[in-house]
Design a binder for this molecule. Structure first.
Ligand code: MN
Ligand code: MN
Length: 324
């Protein structure tokens, strides 16, 4: 049993629409907090969308995701996992980004995550657009390149946009491979679909050994078979999980900037995250929720529900609470 300081506020004690909405109603432990060293898994907001090339809005994601996360209860209904009793979890707050300077923002994000990893905390991030993953990986892959399981309708492997702009939400994993942050032979991208500019991203993937599982193959094989292959590709070594909400069909997740039709439903969206169990997850993110396009809040609720599934896998794999 973990320290009760780290237990979320129960809806039996305070109605879930009341109180200050931290992630999953956990305590807010900022990086200067006395209990920081006792945190096992930190939930972090990256309110930033300066890499967005189309419809903006994910800068508003963390606040909306926090609000909808008050709907999350303590136990996983499918697996029985009670993550908050397995690991000390806390809301570490938001990275202070700079909406007017993309490079300064990336440096701020990396510096924040360096402090998180130095404290021995596994980060679970709420974005933010998908460029957020790059500065996070810079902090997490300091000693060796990581594997990655990536859910998305896009590869985000393009070289550049607008005639040479290298840092957008369509390029983070091209940069991450170039910078040696990812081992491309231990990277799998699941759900890829939609119209394309060209095949430049796919050609790059093939040239470095990244495995792409297009949506047609995903539906033909089913999530269990696909996730068994994904777990096999990343193996037992440290792995990052990056989950773009546009992996999910826009009929159930319309609140995102670059939707692609013909994707998985909400049940499948949760199931693939549940099937991460057993992976050595050193960090995970849920990105691209865009509240201006999410009138009902349903996309954000699905987003935090996916985060809870990932949290359960991360907590179940921890050796136990770091505090007695
Ligand atoms: Mn993406
Ligand atoms: Mn995408």
């Amino acid at each position: 049993m973990t320290d009760t300081f780290f237990h979320p506020v129960s809806g039996f004690d305070l109605p879930r629409f009341a109180g200050i909405p931290t992630f999953m109603r956990l305590p807010h432990v900022d990086l200067d907090h006395a209990r920081l060293g006792d945190v096992d898994i930190g939930l972090i907001g990256v309110p930033w969308d300066s890499g967005t090339t189309n419809r903006a809005g994910p800068r508003h994601g963390p606040r909306q995701l926090r609000d909808m996360s008050t709907m999350i209860r303590a136990q996983n209904g499918a697996t029985g996992v009670r993550p908050f009793e397995r690991a000390n979890c806390a809301d570490l707050g938001d990275v202070s980004t700079n909406p007017a300077d993309i490079f300064d923002s990336m440096d701020r994000i990396t510096a924040f995550y360096e402090r998180v990893t130095a404290a021995g905390i596994l980060p679970l991030t709420a974005g933010g657009d998908h460029l957020s993953s790059l500065p996070i990986l810079r902090a997490l892959a300091k000693t060796a390149p990581l594997g990655m399981i990536h859910f998305d309708s896009h590869t985000d492997l393009f070289d550049s946009y607008f005639g040479g702009t290298k840092y957008t939400h369509g390029t983070p994993f091209r940069r991450a491979v170039e910078e040696g942050l990812l081992d491309p032979r231990r990277v799998v991208q699941i759900g890829i679909r939609g119209t394309a500019y060209d095949m430049e991203d796919r050609d790059f993937a093939a040239s470095v050994g990244i495995r792409i599982i297009p949506i047609e193959e995903y539906f033909a094989r089913g999530s269990e078979d696909v996730m068994a292959e994904a777990r096999d590709i990343v193996g037992t070594a440290p792995t990052y999980v990056s989950y773009d909400i546009d992996f999910v069909d826009p009929s159930v997740a319309p609140g995102t900037g670059t939707p692609e039709v013909g994707g998985p439903n909400a049940f499948e969206a949760l199931r693939v995250a549940r099937l991460l169990a057993g992976v050595d997850i050193v960090g995970a993110d849920l990105v691209e929720v865009s509240p201006p396009f999410d009138a009902s809040g349903g996309t954000a609720f699905l987003g935090v529900s996916i985060m809870f599934e990932m949290l359960c896998c991360m907590a179940d794999a921890t050796p136990g609470p770091s505090a007695a």
